[in-house]
Design a protein around this ligand. Sequence first.
Ligand code: APR
Length: 409
Amino acid sequence: MHVNENVKCIRTQVAIVGAGPAGLILALLLQKEGIDSIIVERQSRSHVETRARAGLIEHHIVEFLQHHGFSEGLDLNGIPHTTCEFRQNGRRYKIPYGDRVGGSHYVYPQQFVVQDLIRLFISRGGKILFSHPAVKIEGLEDNLPVVTCSYQDDDSRNLLLHIQADYLAGCDGFHGISRSSIPITHVKTITKQYGIGWLAILAEVPSSTEKLVYALHKSGFAGQMPRTSQITRFYLECPPSDLSSDWPDDRIWSELDKRLAVEGDNKLIHGPIIEKRVLNMRSFVMEPMQYKNLLLAGDAAHIITPVGAKGMNLAIADADVLSQGLIQYYRNQDKSLLKEYSNIRLPHIWKTQEFSDWMIRLIHHTADTDENKYQAFSNRLRQARLERLQQSDTYAKLFAEDYVGLWKP
Ligand code: APR
């Protein structure tokens, strides 16, 4: 390695790339065990703490966060949900899924989770290098991994930092560098493009109902998800090639009013739209999720569509299993759990992908390519599914178990 005055070298036990939910949970779990780690994060602290993403935390992830003492903010401000509502042809299908399985999931925005975890990790002496993008990963073949980050000092000089570690945790999301550091001959990537877009909207308005609402409409799906008492997330199905500029605010409200229309008094409250962006419905899983001493967690290893809101939950569950493998190694010099990391995680990830795929088909008439031709038929199927969800205890229990996140393989 070439060393000069613009390059610094440090060492840690576990170098973690990315301060999202996966990286932060992993760092906190290692910290509890006295295992040394450093997180490097491409963005500034304020950027990651204000980035609005998902907001639904599964039942067993809530229990996990509470068990480890990571849930102070969630306990104070998270809102438990036990009922959702599907809408089709102006009819409501209320599903009290919480009663079916005796559980609930919580609405608590991801940026609040991230804020809480950063504060906790740093207050306990943890180290996060913000505005330090990882630019290179080397040494994997020799089991001597090094991650190199670039950064600027106070005089705006461009500098490099090499971090040598026993293990690297690639928690740097879909666009990070960790995944691409693994030789392509070693991994398989399995993908699906649904050909569906969602315009994701954040509006500064209270939700018209406290329930999560999924509306199936011939113009496309629309969703309404309360976030806080003053902020609501809405979704509108659109072609994935649409740009947010194709959706002026007036068009958004008129389309939401139309698609979410339902019997009874449930008018939407209109107000300022504070964010809108188009999401492409796609799924992606890399197998295995590890190579030598580099282990991937969260979006770095797999992407799931936002339908069902499982992304953050999978990321936290990955970090939990990965931490157990690392803890076993540092306690007993036993690598057996680390070697099994992918094999443990992939069945859960695929079962969650299956649920998301099922739900995509439930709420979009464009999910199957032939469906434009058979729209009337597939509409009746969707209606039959919704009625069955309301009427059959067994069918509803299956949905509830997956939706709330009570089920673990
Ligand atoms: N160097 C350092 N940090 C990086 C780099 C890099 N080269 N590339 C990306 N990052 C950072 C990103 O800025 C981000 O803060 O890695 C972090 C990854 O965090 P997330 O994208 O939140 O991914 P993850 O922790 O796996 O959580 C998954 O996030 O996107 C949502 O829907 C997804 O809810 C799911 C959750």
